[in-house]
Design a protein around this ligand. Sequence first.
Ligand SMILES: NC(=O)c1ccc[n+]([C@@H]2O[C@H](COP(=O)([O-])OP(=O)(O)OC[C@H]3O[C@@H](n4cnc5c(N)ncnc54)[C@H](O)[C@@H]3O)[C@@H](O)[C@H]2O)c1
Length: 388
Amino acid sequence: MSEPRVLRIAMNGITGRMGYRQHLLRSILPIRDQGGITLADGSTVTVEPILIGRNEAKIKELAAKHDVEHHSTDLDAVINDPSVDIVFDASMTSLRHATLSTAIGAGKHIFTEKPTAETLEEAVDLARQARAAGITAGVVHDKLYLPGLIKLRRLVQEGFFGRILSLRGEFGYWVFEGDQQPAQRPSWNYRLADGGSMTTDMYCHWNYVLESIIGTVKTVTSKTATHIPQRWDEHGEAYTADADDAAYGIFDLETPEGDQVIGQINSSWAVRVYRDELVEFQVDGTHGSAVAGLNQCVAQQRAHTPKPVWNPDLPVTESFRDQWSEVPANADLDNGFKAQWEEFLADVVAGREHRFGLLSAARGVQLAELGLRSAAERRTLDIPELTL
Ligand SMILES: NC(=O)c1ccc[n+]([C@@H]2O[C@H](COP(=O)([O-])OP(=O)(O)OC[C@H]3O[C@@H](n4cnc5c(N)ncnc54)[C@H](O)[C@@H]3O)[C@@H](O)[C@H]2O)c1
């Protein structure tokens, strides 16, 4: 049997929340430890991570802990190392355009966290650079690989809903201010100067979710808020939180069949959860409805729809939640980040485009930018079609 091909991956931002937990621990190390992935032609490709970080001691300790042979504090040197195939970036958003431009310039394939840039101009610039360089570029679209959304998408594809009328999303949870209890998210998320903003962070996700499940996002109407104006950082220091920590958005959507759908998504880090999951989407159609979270998806058909009668004088007599049926996975669904990594690695070997690339990411940045503008100008904005 021939030796597996080894893809060397420069991993930047690996000490951060996403880089460490989702990409290193849940994706690349398991892919390495399972002996790589088997491609369609029966051959195997495996991975060799190179951990990159600013703090030598920290990165060395991480490498030793996870039995990773290579690590470095010199990002540029690793990017320019001819034996490196892929550059992965999960560092702060504000640093991304520079890192990815250098990587594309060095002819590397790239896999990156979202958003790909802080401005639409930079996001489009990256997509153009990647196309000109002919590399394979992948952008994390993790929500689409979650079991709940996979099931929801299947229902749409099977025509379960009839004509889709609306989608409502509820995302968020309480992020502690950091004074009494430490915050569970990084402080830069709440500072505009450091690239923080709920809209910047989440609208790029909502764009690909809406686009892949319902259809094209045609307009955005958004209202943002900074509900908590003061927070405490990782060192216990008080700072002014000037970035929006909540975004209330309404979107006009168009399905591939030309139907018009109303989308509405609330995103907030100042909300307490009374839901089954941290994000939930409800889709209502003429023939059925479904509610999907990260894992679960329940549905109710037209024929099973009860007929509630409004009567505030009586207590509720039925359990509405019990009237929905669980949608089965009917498959073994792996961690979403790992599943997308595996697909991306196969695309790199095949020399083809990844289905979620930099143009799709740029549309996400566009939605965030127009969402912020809509909020600032207090009006509905059309979303122009993006081309390269
Ligand atoms: N896909 C998702 O669901 C998801 C969720 C959260 C965050 N993200 C994205 O992932 C990225 C990282 O977010 P996070 O929450 O892990 O942040 P984090 O603050 O936990 O990690 C940031 C990383 O960047 C490094 N870093 C910070 N400042 C730096 C500097 N000046 N120079 C070089 N490196 C620096 C840190 O050491 C760390 O490794 C962001 O772009 C964010 O938008 C994606």
